[in-house]
Design a protein around this ligand. Structure first.
Ligand code: ARG
Length: 462
């Protein structure tokens, strides 16, 4: 079926269709198009544009086309330019003459924007639920880690010991912001474009508010030009996905580091590791590397769409068809990556002894020595200098720090307890800090947050 036979006389060149068709990818919007078309038809009935029998014929035909799409018996024709054209063609085949009334008061411009909003609303909410599952895996591991600790790093240099639970929840909180962002995007996109037509609305008695309500949208569009040309919601979704991808990438990078022999902090379960085709001894962290690698592609999708949008005059331009492939791909990649990382985190084995041994180097208590002097009334800068020169002497002269501390007039034997394993982390008592007290509180807050977010994504708390 061609939609513009009246205006253009010759059949489209095959290369035109080959280049402009979006059917191969926008098939994915089929179910949403049917749902939106049903509301559109009912709206035409509400507005008195179609009589009840016409409405019923069209709804029956749409239902049948929907079933054929669902069980894959739907026959797409080579001339179907996109999924919207295909569905209208099929409805017309089933409904006969009345089929020609389906597109009354509607353009593919408002139609495609509506289907894509329905799709994105559902997908982003579903994705937020998958993020929650990864957060739950992190919380479980944090819970099981108890008071185990490891070196915390800055500049990838050992800095201060932190509880393993604290480290895992740091990733968990970043993911909580991702959930927030995804849901905020859903809230903003919850607007129905139907009724905007090609760009200006219609002379017919359309009922956009009614249609918006029927589709469960929070509101109808405010401006018809904006309704058909706005792809902010796709750009926002791509940003949310890119940043989520960056968070997964940073977790992935740590898994790569921690599972190396150099660190030895984490051992991947065999089911979540790969081998080498040549080197029999290898056990590789490919999942972690691929989430790291795919984040580049996700950033590319965002910048690609922004570049597509930046020069477009109002209102609809065919360039906008370029919104779908990056969105679909970004959703697929992030969904797969989330599930894989959830399994990886849930099944990995942490080598707590190695972590603790790395954290128990006496220099990791350096700031505790300085803070002990501050407690005794010394200005922090002076204390910092004293401890700094002790550590330097220790490195240069290969003398254990304990000996130097014991011999120092301001420190002495009273300060030695600070160098004992586990003391430094136990002394991190600041709210939100890395020690057992604040981490227990943090864990409770994180657990509450997950329960609240589970409700926000329409899932019962576990
Ligand atoms: N497949 C098109 C898209 O995704 C549908 C809209 C076509 N509209 C038009 N005026 N050619 O944007």
């Amino acid at each position: 079926m061609r939609l513009w036979d009246g205006r253009l006389q010759s059949t489209p060149a095959p290369e035109l269709l080959a280049f402009t068709s979006s059917l191969s990818f926008d098939k994915r919007l089929a179910a949403d198009d049917v749902v939106a078309s049903r509301s559109h038809v009912k709206g035409l009935g509400e507005g008195g544009i179609l009589d009840p029998s016409e409405v019923s014929i069209l709804l029956t035909a749409l239902a049948r086309a929907g079933e054929e799409l669902a069980d894959a018996s739907f026959n797409f024709a080579p001339t179907d330019e996109d999924v919207h054209t295909a569905i209208e063609r099929r409805v017309t085949e089933i409904a006969g003459d009345v089929g020609a009334k389906l597109h009354t008061g509607r353009s593919r411009n408002d139609q495609v924007a509506t289907a894509l909003r329905l799709f994105t609303r559902r997908e982003l909410t579903g994705l937020a639920a998958s993020v929650l599952r990864l957060q739950e895996a992190l919380l479980d591991r944090a819970d099981a880690a108890g008071d185990a600790y490891l070196p915390g790093y800055t500049h990838l240099q050992r800095a201060q010991p932190v509880l393993l639970a604290h480290h895992l929840l740091a990733h968990g909180w970043a993911l909580a912001r991702d959930v927030d962002r995804l849901l905020a995007t859903v809230e903003r996109l919850d607007v129905c474009p139907l009724g905007a037509g090609a760009l200006a609305g219609s002379s017919l008695n359309l009922v956009p508010d009614w249609v918006a309500g029927d589709l469960g949208f929070a509101a109808r569009f405010e401006n018809s030009l904006d309704a058909v040309s706005d792809r902010d919601f796709v750009a926002e979704a791509l940003f949310d996905l890119a940043l989520l991808g960056v968070h997964l990438s940073r977790m992935g990078e740590e898994v790569v580091l921690w599972s190396s022999e150099e660190f030895g902090f984490l051992h991947l379960d065999d089911a979540y590791a790969t081998g080498s085709s040549m080197l029999p001894q290898k056990k590789n962290p490919d999942i972690a590397e691929l989430v790291r690698g795919k984040s580049g592609r996700l950033i590319g999708h965002l910048t690609g769409l922004l570049a597509t949008l930046k020069g477009l005059p109002l209102s609809y331009n065919r360039d906008l068809q370029e919104d779908k492939e990056p969105l679909f791909d970004a959703l697929d990649q992030v969904n797969l990556g989330l599930v894989a990382m959830t399994g990886l985190i849930a099944s990995a084995r942490f080598d707590l002894d190695r972590m603790q041994a790395a954290a128990d180097q006496s220099a990791s208590s350096a700031v505790d020595l300085a803070e002990w002097l501050v407690d005794k009334g010394m200005p922090f800068r002076d204390a910092h200098k004293i401890v700094g020169s002790l550590v330097r002497a220790c490195v240069e002269r290969h003398v254990p720090l304990t000996e130097l501390v014991e011999a120092h007039p301001d420190l002495g034997t009273d300060a030695l307890f600070l160098l004992e394993p586990g003391t430094a982390v136990a002394r991190r008592t600041t709210a939100g800090g890395a020690g057992p007290g604040p981490v227990a509180e943090q864990m409770a807050r994180f657990r509450n947050r997950l329960a609240e977010d589970a409700e926000r994504v329409g899932r019962s708390p576990r």
